[in-house]
Design a protein around this ligand. Structure first.
Ligand code: NDP
Length: 313
């Protein structure tokens, strides 16, 4: 029997975790983290999303920390974070499918300018603008061809978009044009109609989508940000939209979340906002994925989506 302490959500959420794990892994002792503090040395796995600083460090014998999100940058801001404990990011079919569908929706929304339709509907305006672009004549450029980026690329390709991907190392994928590193960034951007960020938040990606980068996109291009809010310089984005260099943006993540009611992004007629909702798997899927990870580690294996401190993601 191994022990998993749950430090996700509130205590009231714990019974649903307990239920989800009990059917999948009766061999797992699942316990609320505050109760586990009576004998913290007995806890082998810790499940987290946004734990208070210092919480993880209270468990000295952890074999792994399991994060129910794919982005773990916020965890590492904890000054007491136990960096020697393997940190596993969320994966699984449902997480990928949700992201694939969100990005496909965002690209189609930009092609059809559905933000304008919503604006017109509120005002009862029945105005039609001819749309001549289709997926086949639109190139989507994905920054970040990792676990999610490659699956999104495949889905967009199969839908009929022209797809190109950019990452640190070259990622070959049939039917997707591959670009790698700073040396190929300008070339990647110059042929991109819809730029999608699926980058992790690291010192290198912070503020990456700035005025210079946006200016390298063709006139009329659009942005979809599902990576992290810190990657986009909001002033540069608003300026590029203001002068018509960019035609629209779909934003799911923000520097400050929840997005402040005072933010200029809310009212912009070319910006669609979603509340960091692109991809969050169901509890059942999260539990199933974590059970797989625990079983793999218990068998002596290494889970695929391990945070790598050297890379920073
Ligand atoms: P991965 O770690 O699997 O992939 C990251 C990708 O980014 C890799 O291709 C990597 O390159 C590339 N990359 C990292 N740094 C750089 C850099 N400096 N220059 C160029 N490329 C870089 O992450 P996932 O695909 O699982 O997730 C990506 C991000 O998506 C998460 O970190 C999170 O922020 C966000 N996310 C958002 C969600 C939402 O609901 N909005 C939900 C889930 C995730 P390489 O291939 O060379 O390693």
């Amino acid at each position: 029997m191994v022990t998993l302490a749950v430090a996700e959500g509130k205590h009231a959420d714990f019974p649903s975790w307990k239920r989800a794990f009990s059917t999948l892994a009766p061999d797992l002792d699942v316990i609320w983290w505050e109760d586990a503090l009576q004998t913290p040395q007995n806890v082998e796995y810790l499940l987290v999303w946004q734990p208070e600083h210092g919480l993880a460090a209270r468990f000295a014998n952890l074999r792994a920390i399991l994060c129910v999100g794919a982005g773990v940058d916020h965890l590492l801001a904890d000054p007491h974070w136990p960096h020697d404990v393997p940190l596993v990011r969320m994966g699984g079919q449902e997480t990928a499918a949700l992201m694939e569908e969100y990005v496909t929706w965002a690209c189609l929304s930009l092609l059809r300018e559905t933000r304008t339709w919503a604006w017109q509907q509120e005002r009862r305006i029945f105005h039609r603008k001819l749309v001549t672009r289709t997926a086949a004549t639109t190139t989507v450029g994905i920054m970040g061809m990792g676990h999610l980026g490659t699956q999104v690329a495949r889905r967009l390709r199969d839908f009929g978009f022209q797809v190109r991907g950019w990452s640190r190392r070259r990622r070959e994928l049939a039917g997707v044009r591959s670009f790698a590193g700073q040396a190929e960034l300008a070339d990647f951007l110059s042929g991109t109609d819809i730029l999608v960020s699926l980058l992790p938040n690291t010192p290198r990606t912070r503020d990456m989508i700035d005025a210079d980068l946006l200016s390298r996109l063709p006139r009329g291009a659009a942005l979809v940000n599902v990576g992290r809010g810190e990657q986009v310089c909001e002033d540069a984005l608003l300026a590029a939209l203001g002068r018509g260099h960019l035609s629209g943006a779909v934003l799911d993540v923000f520097r400050e979340e929840p997005l402040s009611p005072d933010s200029a992004l809310w009212d912009h007629p070319a910006i669609t906002i979603s509340p960091h909702a692109a991809s969050e798997a169901s509890r059942a899927e999260q539990a199933a994925y974590m059970v797989q990870v625990i079983h793999e580690i218990e068998r002596g294996g290494t889970p695929a989506l391990l945070y790598n401190a050297e890379r920073g993601y």
